[in-house]
Design a protein around this ligand. Structure first.
Ligand SMILES: [Zn+2]
Length: 314
C-alpha cells in the first residue's frame, strides 16, 4: 500500500490531487518532495524560452515548456493538466509584451507561484497596422543581440531561485551569450549575400521586425500578429502588389499557422513559396529547428536561398 501511494505521488499528478482532496493522510508537502527530488522546477510559456532557459540552468534546474512544439502560442488555451503542472512549479517564465494572451489569467489562478517576464525593460519595436497598431511587437528573441537581454533576466531569476548555483548560471550565461554573438556575425554575413533591392522578407505573421531591423531587411506580411491572424482579400491584394512591384522571388510562412493563404499569394504574384520558418515554436529534436540557434540558421538559410533566386529559377 505504501509502495502504491509512492508510485501514485510520483507518476500521477491528477491522482495526487484526487488523493489529497479526498483526505489522504499524506500531507501535501510529501508529494512535492517526492516529485521534485530537490531540483527546482521552472516552466516556460513556450519551447523557445525553454531552450534558452536550459542553456542558462544547465543540470541544476528542471525546465519544461507549457505549450508543446508546434502549438499556436498567442491564443493558446491552457488545459487542466497545465494548471496542475504549473501549480507545482517554482517559477514561471513568460515572454510578455502581450505575446501570451492567456498568461495573465493562468498565472493569477496559480496563486503564489513566482513569475519572471523576460521582455521587461527592453525597448520594443511597435506593431504597425490594424487592431494591434502601436502595441509592442513581442518577438524579441528573433534578434540574437536582443535575446541576450532575455539571458540576463533568466540568469538573475535563477540566481534568486537557487543562490548556490550562482557561479554555474553566470558562467553558462556567458557561454550562451558568446554563442548568440557568434550567431549574429554568422547571420550578418549570410544575409549580406542578398542583393540590396531583393531584401524584402514576406511572411505570414509580422514576427520578424527585430531580425529585419538588425540586418537591414524590409518586412511585409499577411497579418501583423497571430493573435488576429485574419486573411482578408485586401491584405492579400496589397501583398501581391508589393511582391509584383519589387519582383520578390520567394515568400514564406511560419510553422504554427496554416500556409494555405500564403501559397495562394505566391501563385498569384508569380513568386515562389520559399518554405516554412520556425518562430513561435521549436521543431522536434530531429527537425530543422531543435534549438533557438538552429531555428535562426534554418530561417536564414531559407531567406538567403529564396531571395537570391534569379528570375525563372526554382
Ligand atoms: Zn508570433
Amino acid at each position: 500500500m505504501i509502495f502504491l501511494k509512492k508510485f501514485l505521488l510520483k507518476f500521477s499528478p491528477i491522482l495526487v490531487v484526487g488523493i489529497i482532496s479526498f483526505g489522504c493522510e499524506f500531507p501535501r508537502n510529501v508529494s512535492i518532495n517526492v516529485s521534485q527530488k530537490q531540483k527546482p522546477i521552472v516552466l516556460t510559456t513556450f519551447t523557445v524560452l525553454a531552450d534558452m532557459a536550459r542553456n542558462v540552468a544547465g543540470q541544476r534546474i528542471t525546465i519544461n515548456s507549457i505549450t508543446k512544439q508546434g502549438a499556436e502560442i498567442h491564443g493558446y488555451k491552457p488545459t487542466p493538466s497545465d494548471l496542475v503542472r504549473a501549480s507545482r512549479a517554482d517559477l514561471i517564465v513568460e515572454n510578455g509584451f502581450g505575446l501570451e494572451l492567456w498568461a495573465k489569467e493562468f498565472v493569477l489562478s496559480l496563486g503564489d507561484v513566482p513569475t519572471v517576464v523576460l521582455s521587461k525593460g527592453i525597448k520594443p519595436l511597435l506593431i504597425e497596422g490594424d487592431l494591434y497598431s502601436g502595441k509592442p511587437n513581442p518577438h524579441v528573441w528573433m534578434s540574437p543581440l536582443r535575446a541576450m537581454q532575455y539571458v540576463d533576466r533568466l540568469t538573475e531569476a535563477f540566481i534568486k531561485l537557487d543562490p548556490e548555483g550562482k557561479d554555474v548560471f553566470t558562467s553558462n550565461s556567458l557561454v550562451y551569450k558568446a554563442k548568440l554573438k557568434a550567431l549574429d556575425d554568422e547571420l550578418n554575413s549570410s544575409l549580406s549575400l542578398i542583393p540590396k533591392e531583393k531584401r524584402v522578407l514576406v511572411t505570414c505573421e509580422g514576427a520578424f521586425s527585430y531580425l529585419a531591423s538588425d540586418y537591414g531587411l524590409e518586412e511585409a506580411y499577411l497579418w501583423p500578429v497571430n493573435a488576429e491572424s485574419q486573411v482578408t482579400p485586401k491584405r492579400m491584394v496589397n501583398l501581391i502588389n508589393k511582391i509584383k512591384t519589387n519582383k520578390i522571388p520567394a515568400i514564406f510562412c511560419e510553422s504554427t499557422v496554416s500556409s494555405k493563404a500564403q501559397r495562394e499569394v505566391a501563385k498569384s504574384s508569380g513568386s515562389k513559396f520559399g518554405g516554412v520558418f520556425y518562430v513561435d515554436s521549436l521543431s522536434g529534436p530531429y527537425g530543422p529547428a531543435p534549438t533557438l540557434l538552429e531555428l535562426q540558421r534554418h530561417n536564414v538559410r531559407l531567406i538567403v536561398n529564396g531571395l537570391t533566386l534569379k528570375e525563372g529559377e526554382n
